[in-house]
Design a protein around this ligand. Structure first.
Ligand code: FAD
Length: 301
């Protein structure tokens, strides 16, 4: 892997790390090392690096801002592409915005507001990248990305780059085509509408306040751990099962929001996985409901 890292560094493609702890790249501050972590400085560098990795038959995966990921303690073998600051252009044209996959969703909501464009207020507190939001069909406050995305450019495993329409991206609750067919989102075009600047900034501020009051934002976490089961809320079920505050190792079911697990310091992925298993067992025994993870668990144990 070292010679690949040297080649990428010599080509000046961006940042390259060997054996880099992914705890440094996830909002949970948890995760073992990636053999090779590559953060390309632009789209051309990403394409170059993907081709090189492909040519050497090295397994690869992709992360954004690491806000929905539980990386196991053994880390990730092969190459990990971090699509972040490098792919972060953002151009407003009329009511559309063309934005790089690495751009921050929170920043995008602020920029849209400045341009007097409405539609993105729901995403105010979602701390991921545009690419991660497409992959997850991220949403909140009764809306999600599928309501505003027009198309996305995706680099698929076979090396082909395609522009997919909203329909082709097959969005459903917290999922998209990308969860079935491996690819890297390069950029997205969002369709917004002209709105009232004051109303937009009031909606953003109110969503922010609600999150501050209901979420444990002062401790490392990854948002909601479980998907909401049909017609109910995972947080309500976990709280009703008496699990708020339950702790294992460095991980704790938040006292503030039962569907959040917080890292109280030095938590391992195994601590979080043990808590998740406990939650699933107790909620199943108490209410007969199966909870399914919203966070993505990756890497080796
Ligand atoms: P990552 O966590 O890095 O990756 C998630 C998945 O996306 C991985 O499978 C990765 O392979 C894939 N991915 C990332 N970038 C790309 C790319 N460019 N191309 C292809 N695949 C890619 N989520 C919500 O939906 N609603 C919320 O209200 C919400 N609130 C949150 C609050 C907090 C405090 C936190 C920490 C998280 C919250 N989340 C929420 C979860 C998270 O922010 C979203 O799921 C977000 O969209 C993940 O983006 P990311 O860039 O961090 O992706």
């Amino acid at each position: 892997m070292r010679h690949i890292a040297e080649k990428l560094t010599a080509a000046g493609i961006g940042k390259v790390w060997l054996d880099e702890p992914l705890a440094n790249h996830t909002t949970w501050r948890i995760g073992g090392p990636a053999d090779l972590l590559i953060q390309p400085k632009d789209k051309a560098s990403l394409l170059y690096a993907v081709q090189l990795i492909h040519r050497h038959n090295i397994p690869w995966s992709v992360i954004g801002r690491g806000s929905n990921l539980l990386v196991r303690d053994g880390g990730i073998r092969g190459a990990v592409f971090k699509v972040a600051e490098g792919l972060s252009h953002c151009e407003f044209k009329g009511e559309e915005v063309c934005v790089g996959a690495g751009y921050s969703m929170i920043r995008l909501t602020v920029e849209a507001g400045k341009h007097g464009l409405t539609g993105l207020e729901f995403a105010g507190g979602i701390p991921g990248s545009v690419g991660g939001a497409v992959y997850m069909n991220a949403g909140a406050h009764g809306s999600d990305l599928s309501r505003i995305i027009k198309e996305a450019e995706v680099l698929f495993e076979d090396g082909e780059t395609k522009v997919l329409t909203n329909e082709e991206l097959k969005f459903r609750y917290r999922t998209s085509l990308l969860q079935e067919k491996k690819g890297i989102v390069l950029e997205a075009v969002l369709q917004l509408r002209k709105g009232d600047r004051k109303a937009i900034s009031a909606a953003l501020a109110s969503n922010k306040d609600r999150r501050r009051q209901t979420q444990p934002l002062q401790l490392p976490c990854a948002g909601s751990v479980f998907r909401n089961p049909p017609g109910d809320h995972a947080g309500r079920l976990i709280e009703a099962a008496g699990l708020k505050g339950y702790t294992y190792g460095g991980a704790q079911i938040s006292e503030i929001h039962a569907n959040f697990i917080v890292n109280r310091g030095g938590a391992l992925a195994t601590d979080v996985l043990t808590l998740m298993e406990h939650v699933r067992t107790v909620v199943k025994e108490t209410f007969g409901v199966d909870l399914h993870p919203e966070v993505l668990v990756v890497g080796e144990g």
